[in-house]
Design a protein around this ligand. Structure first.
Ligand code: FRU
Length: 677
């Protein structure tokens, strides 16, 4: 029989179970003769028909594509090694069923569970209980083994045999059965077969092979594979919880899972098991973005469930912050207002106000206008449509994605990510943007009365921000530190995408200010301070260098035409962040970083971004965070920010200040290494 492998990726690792050799006290597990095929032969087993031959006692660990079988020990029974279409049985020696009567074993392949299965039989060979590979076809489970259990306790004390049956004479995929590691009086559980289980095994196996060159040291990023939007950013179970759009199996976007990190301080992120994956009929094409809320001590994830071209909203919940169980679909297509798209209806932001839950949704009406819709619920399960929060025709390439609603000092701040806003001067230079509007949301009509509006970040890589309110009242925002339709050099390294530094939000006169979370200051090391220096041409300072670095200084622009700082500098590369007198803009120029990035046609230039920065008293304040391949710039106490990825060489650790066409001064310069161990 030809070996047929249709794995999309390596599957799972059968759970390792401590195995004791022989019968003893009641909770000791035991085995019958050659129960794990470790003799390397079929000794102890009787084969009838041609489905199980000595060639089936297999010692390979993985198939030709590198997909692991997840066998226990050296050998397992690989039905695929027998001739195509052969049928037969393999029967163990008789043994007396003892202990708890549970028989655990590993099973794989067997696409038709009614034809390929394991049976517990009496000594005449009459089948008492059957178990096939019920999980065949779930995620990567084809040839790979996983643990199942037969509860035969009603036959305790009886003489029984185990019979492995292959009665599938067809030529379909995996029309044979793989088994291994029979354990009697089995104490453990069955493997939970789900997309998240498979994903976690894949992560465990593959995270070590990600190329580290551009990996950040104090930003959340996928352990392996692809990340886009932050999701479910919340405080629960005594920690900050960060989920994200995650495709573990490649560094490109794919069927979306929710990856999960948790943290006590926003800086050190602990990798948690993957929270949810696309494994139900209503979310089989992806678990898209959404948010989280705590209700009755449980954390609810409200996300967009995608199936068959429709976007609906679903819930999953957790009572421990580790494992999540799906609750079901809660907003179906029937609740989409008549004039709106069912295909573009996503990214619920769930919040509680007054005595109700609300969800703001990203959407588009049938005229192609981007809009945000409001829904209301008493219990998170039953939702009704309230009205249109916001609508306009500026989203030229889609919808308003990823809405968020924060309350800062009593003011509603609506945050959203419009697709394809037209570039206007220095604003909206990326293909898609992230904006905020201050104002007030009327939960009766659903309408938002806008007072102010602006772009949130004017760099290259900032999208789909979300907020949480911390227990101390701070509103913290985090965003995806990448952009759609860009070349991403780390894709060749087995990963892509990261989250920005979480930022504290405040409002002054309707203007949003962003400061990196104060917790980052705990990780400062090796302070270097320069009180004042005049700059003309280029200048560096002793000890001021590095790529995992915080840099704070005030620039007195003097009479220079251009003045600022160059980071990630080496003999051939540099990235400039500087004030340009003529335009009155601060410019982030990565065109000489050493790597070419190209973006969508809408982006005139994927190498240069600018922002209008206020020059007060001839000065601009800079606070810059470098993290191996990222650079986040906060200007004038967070009045403006610019975030971008920078891909230079590991040796490009230099930091130099410069002034051209005149001189400038650097005041109160502090440099810290940011060290997260
Ligand atoms: C935004 C977005 C969301 C969607 C998700 C899918 O980046 O397009 O609207 O839910 O990504 O991964």
């Amino acid at each position: 029989m030809k070996k047929k492998t249709v794995h999309l990726f390596g599957a799972l690792l059968a759970s390792a179970v401590a195995l004791s050799g022989c019968a003893g006290t009641s909770n000791e597990e035991y085995v019958f003769k050659n129960a794990g095929f470790e003799q390397g032969t079929l000794s102890g087993w009787t084969a009838e028909g041609g489905a199980f031959t000595s060639a089936c006692v297999y010692n390979q660990s993985e198939d030709e594509q590198g997909n692991p079988y997840y066998k226990e020990g050296e050998f397992f029974l690989y039905g695929g090694a027998a001739p195509e279409g052969s049928v037969g049985t393999l029967t163990s020696e008789p043994f007396k069923l003892k202990g708890n009567g549970r028989i655990g074993f590993l099973i794989g392949a067997g696409s038709d569970a009614s034809k390929c299965y394991v049976a517990v039989c009496d000594t005449d060979g009459n089948e008492l209980i059957r178990r096939g590979n019920d999980d065949y076809g779930t995620a990567g489970f084809y040839d790979s083994l996983h643990r199942v259990v037969i509860d035969a306790s009603e036959y305790l004390g009886k003489e029984i045999v185990i019979k492995v049956v292959d009665s599938d004479s067809g030529s379909g995929m995996h029309n044979y059965i793989n088994v291994d590691d029979f354990i009697v009086n089995y104490q453990g559980a069955e493997d939970v077969v789900s997309k998240t289980f498979v994903a976690d095994k894949y992560i465990e196996e593959n995270m070590g092979s990600v190329v580290t060159q551009y990996r950040h040291t104090y930003h959340a990023m996928p352990p392996v594979g692809w990340m886009n939007d932050p999701n479910g950013f919340s405080y629960a179970f005594g920690k900050y919880q960060l989920f994200y759009q995650f495709h573990p199996y490649s560094s490109a976007w794919g069927p979306m899972h929710w990856g999960h990190y948790s943290s006590e301080d926003f800086i050190k992120w602990e990798l948690m098991p993957t929270a949810i994956g696309p494994d139900t009929s209503y979310d089989k094409d992806g678990c898209f973005s959404g948010t989280a809320i705590v209700k009755d001590g449980e954390l609810y994830l409200m996300y967009t469930s995608v199936a068959d071209g429709k976007q609906t909203q679903a819930l999953a919940k957790s009572s421990d912050g580790v494992t999540f169980e799906k609750v079901g679909r809660v907003i179906g297509s029937d609740k989409v207002p008549a004039n709106s798209s069912r295909a573009d209806f996503r990214d619920p932001k769930v919040f509680f106000r007054g005595d109700s839950y609300y969800a703001v949704m990203g959407s588009k009406n049938n005229d192609g206008d981007g809009q945000l819709l409001l829904y209301k619920s008493a219990d998170l399960q039953n939702w009704s449509y309230v009205g249109t929060v916001w609508k306009d025709d500026r989203t030229t390439m889609g919808i308003y994605e990823c809405p968020d609603l924060a309350v800062i000092d009593g003011t509603d701040v609506l945050i959203t990510s419009p697709q394809g806003f037209a570039t206007g001067g220095w604003r909206y230079e990326n293909v898609h943007s992230a904006i905020y509007m201050t104002g007030s949301l009327d939960t009766q009509s659903g309408q938002f009365a806008r007072v102010t509006e602006d772009e949130i970040d004017s760099g290259f890589d900032f999208y789909a921000p979300q907020t949480l309110t911390a227990p101390d009242g701070r509103v913290i925002m985090i965003a995806w530190m990448q952009m759609w339709d860009r070349t991403m050099p780390t894709q060749a390294h087995g990963w892509a995408g990261a989250a920005t530094l979480p930022r504290e939000l405040t409002l002054k006169d309707g203007k949003l200010y962003q400061a990196p979370v104060r917790e980052i200051e705990k990780y400062r090391k090796n302070e270097v301070n320069v009180t004042e220096a005049s700059i003309s041409g280029e200048q560096s300072f002793d000890g001021v260098e590095g790529t995992k670095t915080e840099l704070c200084f005030t620039l007195d622009v003097g009479d220079a035409a251009q003045a600022g700082v160059k980071v990630f500098c080496g003999t051939e590369h540099e990235t400039r962040i500087y004030y340009d007198r003529e335009s009155g803009l601060v410019i982030f120029d990565r065109s000489d970083m050493g790597t070419r990035i190209s973006g969508s046609a809408k982006e005139l230039n994927a190498s240069k971004r600018s922002v209008k920065a206020e020059v007060r008293d001839n000065k601009i304040e800079f606070r810059i965070f470098l993290d191996v391949s990222s650079c986040e710039v906060f200007l004038n106490g967070g009045e403006r920010t610019m975030t971008g990825n920078v891909y230079s060489d590991p040796s490009d650790t230099g930091i130099r200040f410069f002034a051209e066409g005149g001189s400038a001064r650097i005041l109160s310069l502090y440099k810290y290494d940011i060290v997260v161990e």
